[in-house]
Design a protein around this ligand. Structure first.
Ligand code: GLP
Length: 241
C-alpha cells in the first residue's frame, strides 16, 4: 500500500486526478470505477481541467459507479447519477454509452444487481477504482456488518450514514433508506484502488482502516488485503497514524 500525504484537500485532489490521468493516458480504454461524496469532488474538478487543457481524452473510457440510492430516478438532483453528470460527465468527452450505473428505480433488486455484476465482467473488470471512506468506515455503501458482501447487493443504510448524508437533502425524511451498491468482493476485484480521504473527522477511521484488524465492522480495513492500493490523503486525515 502506498500512502501519499498531501498538504490539504486541493493538493490531495490534484494528486488523485494525476493518478487517474496517468491511468487513462497509459491505457485509453480504461474501465474506471467512480465514487460520489465530497471526497472526490476536487478530483473531478482537476480531471475536468486536464480535459479542458487538452491534456486528457476520455473518449475511450468506460465507467461504473459504486452505488445508487434506491427510489431516486437519474434526474433527481440527489441521485448519484445526477451528481456524476454535474461533477464530471457533463464536463468531459466521455461517451454516454460508456457510462454504467445502477438503476435506483429498479424494483427487482436481484436482477438489477446481477445485471451490474455481469456488465462489469463483460467490460473486462475494473482497472482503477476510486473510493472515498465514510465516517463509519464504509466503502461505497458497504456498511459495518458481520460479513463482507461478495457482489453487488441492496443494502439498508445505517442511521449514521443517513445522518451523514442528510445535509444534501431538504429533510432527513427525504434521505433514502436503501441503496444498491457494489459489494466488497466487486471492489476488491478491481486491479488498482485509489482512495481519497481528507479532514480531521476521518482521522480515527483512517487509522482503524489502515492499521487496525481487518474486519467487516470497518469495511475499509479489507483494503489492507488488496495488492495495489494507493491512498491519497491530506495531513489532517493522517494525523492519527
Ligand atoms: C457516501 C458514498 C460513499 C462515500 C461516502 C463518504 O455514503 N456512498 O461512496 O465514500 O459517502 O462521503 P464523503 O466523501 O462525503 O465523506
Amino acid at each position: 500500500m502506498r500512502i501519499y500525504e498531501m498538504e490539504n484537500y486541493d493538493e490531495m485532489s490534484r494528486q488523485a486526478a494525476n493518478i487517474i490521468a496517468a491511468q487513462i493516458t497509459l491505457q485509453p480504454e480504461s474501465v474506471l470505477g467512480l465514487a460520489t461524496g465530497s471526497s472526490p469532488i476536487g478530483t473531478y474538478e482537476h480531471l475536468a481541467k486536464l480535459y479542458e487543457q487538452g491534456d486528457l481524452d476520455f473518449s475511450g473510457v468506460t465507467t461504473f459507479n459504486l452505488d445508487e440510492y434506491v427510489g431516486l430516478p437519474a434526474d433527481n438532483d440527489q441521485s448519484y447519477r445526477y451528481f456524476m453528470e454535474d461533477n464530471l460527465f457533463n464536463k468531459v468527452n466521455i461517451s454516454p454509452d460508456s457510462i454504467n450505473f445502477l438503476n435506483g428505480m429498479s424494483s427487482d433488486a436481484e436482477t438489477e444487481c446481477h445485471r451490474y455484476e455481469q456488465a462489469i465482467i463483460e467490460a473486462g473488470g475494473i482497472d482503477l477504482q476510486l473510493l472515498g471512506i465514510g465516517h463509519n468506515g464504509h466503502i461505497a455503501f458497504n456498511e459495518p456488518s458481520d460479513r463482507f458482501e461478495r457482489s453487488t447487493f441492496q443494502v439498508e443504510l445505517t442511521q449514521s450514514t443517513i445522518d451523514a448524508n442528510k445535509r444534501f437533502f431538504a429533510s432527513i425524511d427525504d434521505v433514502p433508506r436503501k441503496a444498491y451498491t457494489m459489494g466488497i468482493g466487486t471492489i476488491m476485484a478491481a486491479r488498482k484502488i485509489l482512495v481519497v480521504v481528507s479532514g480531521a473527522d476521518k482521522a480515527e477511521t483512517v487509522k482503524a482502516a489502515l492499521t487496525g484488524p481487518v474486519t467487516a465492522e470497518v469495511p475499509a480495513s479489507i483494503l489492507q488485503f488488496h495488492q495495489d492500493v494507493v491512498i491519497v490523503a491530506d495531513q489532517e486525515a493522517l494525523s492519527r497514524m
